[in-house]
Design a protein around this ligand. Structure first.
Ligand code: NAG
Ligand code: NAG
Ligand code: NAG
Ligand code: NAG
Length: 385
């Protein structure tokens, strides 16, 4: 069984304009499960929404394109059954709607949509993003057994991300906020919830890490050109949150992991796990627990193992070290059959140079991250267990 988490917030398209320079938005986590035997996708999301009804959007560091179901998705009986349960956008109710009509298609987290580009005001918290281009999805299919737990995605990509999953090529909501100088500072901070139905926080325009920040480590963002291919790794790299990473080691096994070597690491919450180069993955995996082999990548474990497993040390530089405990890096999920389980987060994404580490949700859920796009740096503060 493979599970995946999405981190969602509420957004509006269509509300009257007002202006603000910062916003604090609660984030909710939903674990979705792909069961390969019958290709069903389960979700346990339940939510109630205030009026007027906002869209539930998955916040995504790697993603660019905004999309929402259009009221027109109800016209076609094949797609009506899938979009019935979603919030829908009705351009006829909007005085700020601008048509574009370019045909697009998008695949995202179990959703397959197509439609046309439109522009309108996108509202997040008290922030209004003018002229946000988005796909108004007139066709909407999903792999969920009932309503999808998301209506939309809110892209936090720093650069235009490149993915074969979309041909819309629109600016991310974050990019628009920066270009329109809506935020009081070009900064956002992200604390992702570590369990379903715990709350996290996206702070736009300021740094919400607060008083504990003296323990934070700061790492410069570096530039990197993604490989030409359209692999999953290139997609994450293209969104632009890349740093140097000197080493990844197991804390309680001194000297057993290879000497100093430099990797490049990319932050994303689009990928649920931590991907390491093959040799490093094999070392970590075999040292982590004697009874776990390579066949146990993404193994579903008893959560009691959190008391036994060692800490993992991520050294970005000599002075910038993040130590994750098993309480940080093991992903807790509700297994449909077995109840509460913990997932070992190491996975492998194919790569040519064997130098890339992908710090997905398993890492991001363990830290409070402040992304300062003016200074070009990321501050990380490990969250307490
Ligand atoms: C639609 O949007 C695309 C991408 O922004 C732009 O190139 C094109 O000129 C627009 N077309 C219309 C009719 O506005
Ligand atoms: C996106 O793909 C669809 C389906 O192939 C096509 O109809 C549409 O014209 C494409 N749009 C762009 C902007 O390339
Ligand atoms: C939170 O999730 C747990 C298990 O996933 C569930 O037992 C509990 O009822 C949920 N709490 C709320 C407030 O939804
Ligand atoms: C975040 O705020 C704290 C305290 O206000 C400060 O010490 C820290 O340097 C800030 N981090 C960033 C990346 O701006």
């Amino acid at each position: 069984m493979l599970s995946n988490e999405i981190h969602t917030i509420l957004i509006f398209v269509l509300l009257p304009l007002c202006s603000a320079a910062i916003a604090t938005i609660p984030i909710k986590r939903t674990t979705i499960r792909f069961k390969f035997d019958d290709w069903q996708l389960y979700n346990e999301h339940v939510g109630t929404f205030q009026q007027p009804e906002p869209f539930t959007a998955s916040i995504d560091l790697s993603w660019s394109d905004t999309f929402v179901p259009s009221v027109e998705c109800m016209k076609d009986p094949t797609t009506a059954q899938y979009c019935r349960g979603q919030k829908k956008y009705d351009s006829s109710l909007s005085s700020t709607y601008q048509p574009n009509k370019t045909a697009t298609q998008i695949m995202y987290e179990g959703l397959s949509t197509s439609g046309r580009l439109s522009r309108d005001v996108l509202k997040i918290g008290d922030l209004d993003i003018r002229d946000q281009q988005f796909e108004e999805a007139t066709f909407w299919r999903s792999m969920y057994s009932n309503a999808a737990p998301l209506d939309s995605a809110l892209g936090l990509a720093r650069f235009q991300s490149r993915t074969p999953a979309s041909n819309a090529s629109t600016k991310s909501a974050l990019r628009n906020m920066l270009d329109q100088k809506i935020l009081s500072r070009p900064v956002f901070s992200l604390r992702l919830p570590r369990r379903d139905n715990k709350s996290g926080e996206l702070a736009l325009g300021y740094n919400s890490s607060g008083t504990q920040a003296q323990n934070a480590v700061t790492v410069p963002l570096i530039e990197a050109t993604p490989p030409e291919d359209l692999s999953q790794l290139s997609y994450y790299i293209s969104s632009g949150y890349i740093v140097r990473l000197d080493s990844v080691t197991i804390q309680s096994f001194p000297g057993n992991i290879r000497k100093h070597s430099t990797y490049r690491a990319v932050f994303t919450n689009s990928f649920s796990y931590i991907s390491l180069p093959a040799t490093l993955l094999a070392e970590i995996q075999t040292h982590l627990h004697p009874n776990l082999g390579m066949g146990d990548q993404l193994a579903d474990l008893d959560c009691l193992m959190r008391d036994e497993l060692p800490n993992i040390v991520f050294s970005f530089s000599k002075d910038a070290v993040i130590v994750l405990t098993p309480w940080n890096y093991l992903t807790e999920v509700q297994d449909i059959d077995k109840g509460k389980r913990c997932v070992l987060p190491f996975a492998y994404l194919p790569q040519a140079e064997e130098e890339w580490v992908v710090l997905g949700s398993a890492f991001m859920e363990g830290v409070h991250g402040v992304f300062d796009l003016e200074k070009g740096e990321v501050s990380l503060l490990r969250l307490d267990d």
